[in-house]
Ligand binder design. Structure first.
Ligand SMILES: C[C@@](CO)(OP(=O)(O)O)[C@H](O)COP(=O)(O)OP(=O)(O)OC[C@H]1O[C@@H](n2ccc(N)nc2=O)[C@H](O)[C@@H]1O
Ligand SMILES: Nc1ncnc2c1ncn2[C@@H]1O[C@H](COP(=O)(O)OP(=O)(O)O)[C@@H](O)[C@H]1O
Length: 316
C-alpha cells in the first residue's frame, strides 16, 4: 500500500474540573476540550521486516518504545495478533512537548488511525477508542477532536455543538524553559484540594450536569457571553511557576481577548479571540513583552476535528 499521512492536532482545555479520586488512582474529571490547528504530521510506510521504526525531526524526543507512537503501534499489532506486520514512521513535530497540548497523545492517536488504514485492519471506532484509552486518558479525545465534554479519566466523550462559539482562534504561548509534570500537578492538586474532593457517583454526575447545562456550553453554542475559564490545575501550578503568572497577565492585556487560561497541566497558556485576525493583532501588540520574557507564540484556529488522514497531499 502507498504511504499513509496523518495529521495529529493539538488540544486546549476550555474547562478542567477535578471532581475527586477514582478507585484506579486516577482523578475523576469534568472537562471541555477543543482541537486547535497546531498539528504534528506522521507519514507511515509498510515494511515486510516485522519491525516498528520511528524517525522524528525532534531531537528532544526519544524514538524508542517510550514514544507514544511506538507504544500505540506495538499495542495495536499485539491486539490484532499479527506480529509479522512492520512499519517505518516519520514524525514531523510541531506541537511543543509536555506542554499541556496532548502532543504525545495526539501522535499516538494518529499512529492508531494511520496503521489501521496502512495495514487494512478496519478496526472501527469502538476498538480504536479502546486502544486509545489504554494508552492515555487524553488519547480518545485526540481521535475524535473538535469540541467535546470529557468525563471519567478524560476518555468518556460527549460532543458539544460549537456552531456559535465566540472564541474561534487562540493566541497560544509557551516558555521554552518551563515544564510541568502532569503526575506532579495532579498530586499537588490532591495535596491542596483533596479535602474538598467529591467521592459519590451521584455527586460526580451532578457536576457533569452542571457543566452540560452551564454557561460555557451555552456560550459555545452562541447563547450568551463566555464565562471565566476554569482550570483546577492552573490554580495549583500558577503559584509555583513565575513565567505562567507573567504569561497570563500578558495575554489578558491583548486587544480583543475574550478569555485566558492555562491548557491542561501546563505550561502552555492561551487567550481566546473571536477570529484569527484578532489573535494575530494581539500577538503583534504583545510581540515586544512576549519576546522580552522569552515566550514562543502561535496563532491557531479552533478546529472541528481530531486526527485525520491526509489524502490531498496538503500536510507539509
Ligand atoms: C492534564 C490533562 C488534561 O487534559 O492533559 P495534559 O495537560 O497532560 O495535556 C490530562 O488529564 C492528562 O492526560 P494524559 O496525559 O493522557 O494522562 P495519562 O497519561 O493518562 O496519566 C498521566 C498521569 O496523570 C495523572 N492523571 C491523569 C488523568 C487523570 N484523569 N487523573 C490523573 O490523576 C496520573 O498521575 C497519571 O499517572
Ligand atoms: N510522540 C510524542 N510527542 C510528544 N510527547 C511524547 C511523545 N511520545 C511520548 N511522549 C512523552 O509524553 C509526555 C507528553 O505527553 P503529551 O500527551 O504531549 O502531554 P502534554 O499534553 O503535557 O503535552 C512527555 O513526557 C513526552 O516525553
Amino acid at each position: 500500500m502507498a504511504d499513509v499521512t496523518v495529521r495529529a492536532p493539538a488540544k486546549i482545555n476550555l474547562h478542567l474540573e477535578v471532581l475527586g479520586l477514582r478507585p484506579d488512582g486516577y482523578h475523576e474529571l469534568a472537562m471541555v476540550m477543543q482541537s486547535i490547528d497546531l498539528a504534528d504530521t506522521l507519514v507511515l510506510r509498510s515494511t515486510a521486516d516485522a519491525t516498528i521504526r520511528l524517525r522524528s525531526d525532534s531531537p528532544e524526543l526519544p524514538s524508542d518504545g517510550t514514544n507514544l507512537i511506538v507504544r500505540a503501534a506495538e499495542l495495536l499489532r499485539s491486539r490484532v495478533g499479527l506480529p509479522e506486520l512492520g512499519v517505518d514512521i516519520t514524525l514531523h513535530k510541531r506541537i511543543p512537548i509536555g506542554a499541556g497540548l496532548a502532543g504525545g497523545s495526539s501522535d499516538g492517536a494518529a499512529a492508531l488511525v494511520g496503521l489501521d488504514a496502512l495495514w487494512g485492519l478496519s478496526l472501527g471506532t469502538a476498538r480504536l477508542h479502546g486502544l486509545a484509552a489504554a494508552l492515555g486518558s487524553d488519547m480518545p479525545f485526540c481521535l475524535e477532536g473538535g469540541t467535546q465534554l470529557c468525563f471519567g479519566r478524560g476518555e468518556r466523550l460527549e460532543p458539544v455543538t460549537a456552531a456559535g462559539a465566540p472564541g474561534q482562534a487562540v493566541l497560544l504561548i509557551k516558555h521554552p524553559e518551563a515544564s510541568v509534570s502532569t503526575p506532579w500537578a495532579y498530586g499537588r492538586c490532591r495535596d491542596l484540594r483533596g479535602d474538598f474532593y467529591l467521592d459519590a457517583e451521584e455527586d460526580f454526575e451532578q457536576r457533569r450536569q452542571a457543566l452540560r447545562r452551564g454557561p460555557l456550553v451555552a456560550a459555545l453554542a452562541g447563547q450568551g457571553p463566555l464565562p471565566h475559564l476554569r482550570n483546577d490545575l492552573q490554580a495549583v501550578v500558577e503559584p509555583e511557576v513565575e513565567s505562567i503568572r507573567a504569561g497570563l497577565d500578558l495575554l489578558r492585556r491583548g486587544p480583543g481577548v475574550l478569555a485566558v487560561a492555562m491548557s491542561g497541566s501546563g505550561p502552555s497558556l492561551f487567550a481566546l479571540h473571536p477570529d484569527l485576525a484578532t489573535a494575530e493583532a494581539a500577538r503583534a501588540a504583545l510581540a515586544e513583552p512576549l519576546a522580552a520574557l522569552g515566550f514562543v507564540a502561535w496563532c491557531c484556529r479552533c478546529g472541528g476535528s481530531g486526527v485525520s488522514l491526509v489524502t490531498d497531499g496538503s500536510a507539509p
